[in-house]
Design a protein around this ligand. Structure first.
Ligand code: NAD
Ligand code: DAU
Length: 339
């Protein structure tokens, strides 16, 4: 099989490329990535010489370029990870989120239609369900929870999901969608909570916690997400949505304190800053469907996954130090300078 992986120079797509080449060495993986600020070729360096792998620098909104690549490679499956993914950036500047996340999704699906209804998987997010109250731990997102978004990012992802289901119903495109909770692990861009806190801790810089740090996220080790996508692509039911999450809810402040402890630093580094606008309170996935239908269960416990992740950032300082020494500094000053 030839698999197109879009956004493979990013966090989850990159982990998926490594996972796929390891688990299915007979497949050919073609990574399509625009290499935005979030894309890093160094993430793919270990597989660049693999004869079963090809990297193509391409914008998923570039219709002509996408069609030409389909013509050349004739993919069997497309897995669309490519997206603008950071909520805070979407609050500052929504436009590019609509472009990549909605128009890019439509472009990839149009190419799938044009080349014989190629199997298409959309990597979506639990954020399309909005949020849950902090005082109702009995409530979870299921696949039938209404779409109810909060940020320009989640709205653009929800728009893409609606298009995916429309292409299934209208054109019979063979699609699936996965909606996953917060991932963590290697190659996570240091604008996101866990890698940002690890990097700042290691540099003895303040740890900016939004609001009171009570917001809850449901954390899943990235490889467990990769396994879930692989299962859905191979065994999932066409036209279905699958929620992916590990029943591992934690308040932000507890994650930050855990990282501080693991790195032997002091809690005086914690700095409470102005809250995110429209900040979602709690995400919590009910993964019963993917468990019952496909036998998926998360394998990495948070206590182990966070240790592995911290160790990865200690062992791969050059990967993230290169990122934070560049344009990232301007982003950081803009986001946190007067917060
Ligand atoms: P990321 O920001 O780390 O990586 C995104 C990648 O997409 C980058 O390599 C970037 O260069 C590429 N890209 C951006 N625009 C592009 C375009 N127009 N054409 C081609 N490539 C483009 O994102 P991530 O955290 O790895 O998320 C991957 C996907 O998973 C996204 O669709 C996101 O919505 C979804 N998701 C993320 C999480 C999470 O916790 N990070 C959880 C659930 C779902
Ligand atoms: O739930 C899945 C989503 O998880 C994905 O769809 C998104 O692409 C991904 O970025 C992530 O979104 P979040 O907004 O939950 O992740 P982030 O790491 O930005 O923030 C996690 C929590 O930590 C959130 O409540 C905001 C808070 N936070 C974040 C940063 C960057 C802080 O308190 N301080 C910070 O500096």
């Amino acid at each position: 099989m030839t698999i197109f992986v879009t956004g493979g120079a990013g966090f989850i797509g990159g982990n998926f490329v490594h996972y796929h080449l390891r688990e299915h060495p007979e497949d050919r993986v073609v990574c399509i990535d625009k290499l935005t600020y979030a894309g890093n070729l160094s993430t793919l360096a270990p597989v660049m010489d693999n004869p079963h792998f090809r990297f193509v620098k391409l914008d998923i909104c570039d219709r002509e370029g996408v069609m030409a690549l389909f013509e050349e490679e004739k993919p069997d499956v497309v897995i669309n990870f490519a997206a603008e993914s950071h909520v805070d950036r979407s609050i500052e500047d929504p436009g590019i989120f609509l472009q990549t996340n909605i128009i890019g999704t439509a472009t990839m699906m149009d190419a799938c239609r044009a080349f014989g209804n190629v199997r298409y998987h959309q990597v979506s997010t639990d954020e399309v369900y909005g949020d849950l109250p902090l005082d109702r731990p009995d409530l979870f997102f299921t696949e039938t929870t209404p779409i109810h978004t909060s940020s320009p990012y989640s709205s653009s992802k929800a728009g893409a999901d609606l298009l995916v289901m429309a292409y299934y119903r209208t054109y019979g495109l063979p699609v699936t969608i996965s909606r996953c909770s917060n991932n963590y692990g290697p190659y996570h861009f240091p604008e996101k909570l866990i890698p940002l806190m690890i990097a700042n801790c290691l540099n003895n810089k303040p740890l900016p916690v939004y609001g009171e740090g009570k917001n809850v996220r449901d954390w899943l080790y990235v490889e467990d997400h990769c396994k879930a996508i692989d299962l859905i692509v191979r065994k999932g039911t066409i036209g279905e949505v699958y929620n992916v999450g590990g029943h591992n809810e934690m308040a932000n402040i507890d994650i930050v304190k855990l990282i501080i402890k693991e790195l032997g630093k002091d809690e005086s580094l914690i700095t409470y800053v102005t809250d995110r606008k429209g900040h979602d309170l709690r995400y919590a996935i009910d993964p019963t469907k993917i468990h019952n239908e496909l036998g998926w269960l998360p394998e990495t416990k948070f206590a182990d996954g966070i240790k592995k992740t911290i160790q990865w950032y200690l062992d791969n300082r050059s990967w993230w130090e290169e990122i934070i020494s560049g344009e990232y500094q301007n982003y950081y000053d803009k986001m946190y300078g007067n917060r």
